[in-house]
Write a protein that binds this ligand. Structure first.
Ligand SMILES: [Zn+2]
Length: 420
C-alpha cells in the first residue's frame, strides 16, 4: 500500500518490512535478460518493493524532500513516462551481461520504461536512471575554429551557424556494491561500513541490510555528448575520438584561467566534431567530480594555500598543497570511469584527448584499447594554468615533448593574489 508522509509514525527502512522475508523483485546483477536482472526500485512510497539503498535522483532527492516539506509536491507523485523514451538506441551490448564490467550505473536505466512496462502498468514504482535525448551545442571556441578554417560546416554534424548536433545522455549513478568493493580492492563489508560512517550514518541499510546489494549514492552522475552516428561507437571499422572530462565549474562555465579544463574540453569537442565529420563518432563524458571530487570549497581553499605559500604559487608544490588541505591529492579515482564507455559498447578509442595516466590506465585495464593520446595544444594553456599543467607533466602525465626537470619546475610560477 502506498502512503504519503505520515504524521503519526515513521517507517524505517533499516530492516525488511514485516512479513517480507524474500524480495518481490530480487536484483541479479549482470543477468542474461532484464527480467532476470530485475528492475532497480528506489521507491520511497512503497517500501516493500524497494530493492536498493538510497533514493532516485541522487543529491536532488534532498530538493525533492524540500519540495514535499513545503507542500509544493505530492509525495505520491509518480513520473508519467509517456514519450520520454530514448531518442537513440543504445545496447544491449555484451558488456551489460558481465557483472564485473559495469558496476556504477544500471545498463538498463534508459530502457526501464520499456523492459519493465508491465510492472510499471501494474503499479510498481520503477524509474529510469538514464535519459537519452538530442540537442544542439553552440560554443564560441567552435565558432573560432570555423573562423580559423580548422572546421567547416557539413550541415549534419556541424551547421553553418556553428551549431553541433549531438545525442546527449544523462546518467545517474547506481552502484552494485560488491563490484565497487572489488574495483577498490576492499571487502564488501569494509566498503559498506565506510560509506555508512563517512556519510554521518545517512544510510543505515548499508550496515543493516546485507540483502540489498545496490546503492543509489547521493552524488552527481555523468552526462555524455555523442557527435555523429551512435552506431559508429560499436563499429570496429569506424574511428572514435573521446574526452573523459571531470567537472570544473570555475573553468568550464566561467572561464577561470587557473586551469586547463575548459580549453581542453573545447579542444575535445573540436576533435569529436572532426571525427564525426569523417564517418566516425566523438564522445565527451562529463563527470560530476568537481575539484578532483573534493568539492569546490576545498578547491578554492587550495587555491589560496597555493597563492599564499612562501615563494608564491609554484608547480613544484602543486600536489602537496592539495594534500595539505584535502588529506588526499585527488579523489576522482578513475576506477569507475570506464563503466559508461562499456555501457556504450566502446572497445577502442582512436584518439583520447587526455594526458592523465590515471584515466588512460583505467581505460586500458578495463579492456578498452587506446590508439593515440592527444595532449592539450600548448597555445590553449591559459596564463595562470601553467603551474597545473607543468606539475602534472612532472608527475608523469602523458607528454610527448617531455616533462620539466626540477629546475624547470621550480621556475613555473602562478599569479599572486595581489595581481587579480
Ligand atoms: Zn579546472
Amino acid at each position: 500500500m502506498t502512503t504519503p508522509n505520515r504524521t503519526t509514525h515513521i517507517r524505517l527502512t533499516s530492516h525488511p518490512e514485516p512479513g517480507t522475508s524474500t524480495h518481490r523483485f530480487p536484483l541479479r546483477w549482470g543477468a542474461a535478460t532484464p527480467k532476470e536482472r530485475g528492475p532497480v526500485i528506489g521507491s520511497v512510497t512503497n517500501p516493500a518493493d524497494r530493492n536498493v539503498i538510497g533514493a532516485h535522483g541522487g543529491a536532488y532527492s534532498l530538493y525533492r524532500a524540500l519540495a514535499i516539506s513545503a507542500r509544493a509536491m505530492n509525495p505520491l507523485a509518480r513520473p508519467d513516462l509517456t514519450n520520454t523514451h530514448p531518442t537513440a538506441g543504445i545496447g544491449p551490448h555484451p558488456s551489460w551481461f558481465d557483472p564485473d564490467r559495469i558496476v556504477s550505473l544500471d545498463p538498463w536505466g534508459h530502457m526501464a520504461g520499456e523492459v519493465f512496462a508491465e510492472e510499471i502498468a501494474s503499479g510498481v514504482d520503477i524509474r529510469p536512471t538514464i535519459a537519452v535525448t538530442k540537442a544542439r551545442l553552440n560554443v564560441p571556441e567552435i565558432l573560432a575554429a570555423m573562423g580559423a578554417k580548422r572546421l567547416s560546416p557539413d550541415g549534419t554534424v556541424l551547421h553553418a551557424s556553428g551549431d553541433i548536433s549531438v545525442t546527449k545522455v544523462a546518467v545517474d549513478p547506481v552502484w552494485h556494491l560488491p563490484g565497487i568493493a572489488q574495483r577498490f580492492g576492499v571487502s564488501d563489508s569494509v566498503l559498506r561500513r565506510t560509506l555508512f560512517e563517512q556519510t554521518g550514518g545517512m544510510y543505515p541499510e548499508l550496515v543493516t541490510r546485507p540483502d540489498m546489494n545496490v546503492f543509489l549514492p547521493p552524488i552527481g552522475g555523468a552526462t555524455v555528448y555523442i557527435m555523429g552516428d551512435v552506431a559508429a561507437l560499436t563499429d570496429d571499422k569506424r574511428r572514435i575520438a573521446c574526452r573523459v572530462h571531470d567537472e570544473c565549474n570555475g573553468s568550464d562555465v566561467f572561464g577561470s584561467d587557473i586551469c586547463t579544463c575548459r580549453p581542453y574540453l573545447m579542444h575535445g569537442i573540436e576533435e569529436c566534431v572532426r571525427e564525426a565529420q569523417t564517418g566516425g563518432a566523438g564522445v565527451i563524458v562529463y563527470n560530476r567530480k568537481e575539484g578532483r571530487a573534493l568539492g569546490e570549497v576545498t578547491k578554492f581553499l587550495v587555491y589560496n594555500a597555493r597563492k599564499r605559500q612562501e615563494g608564491g604559487d609554484q608547480a613544484s608544490t602543486y600536489f602537496e598543497r592539495t594534500e595539505c588541505v584535502a588529506g588526499v591529492q585527488d579523489a576522482r579515482f578513475q576506477q569507475l570511469m570506464p563503466d559508461v564507455l562499456h555501457w556504450l559498447g566502446i572497445r577502442r578509442i582512436d584518439r583520447l584527448m587526455s594526458m592523465s595516466n590515471m584515466k588512460h590506465d583505467a581505460l586500458t585495464e578495463s579492456g578498452i584499447e587506446i590508439v593515440e593520446r592527444v595532449p592539450i595544444p600548448p597555445e590553449l594553456v591559459p596564463p595562470d594554468a601553467s603551474v597545473e599543467i607543468e606539475a602534472k607533466k612532472a608527475a608523469g602525465y602523458y607528454t610527448p615533448d617531455g616533462a620539466p626537470d626540477a629546475d624547470g619546475l621550480a621556475a613555473v610560477k602562478g599569479r599572486d593574489l595581489e595581481k587579480f
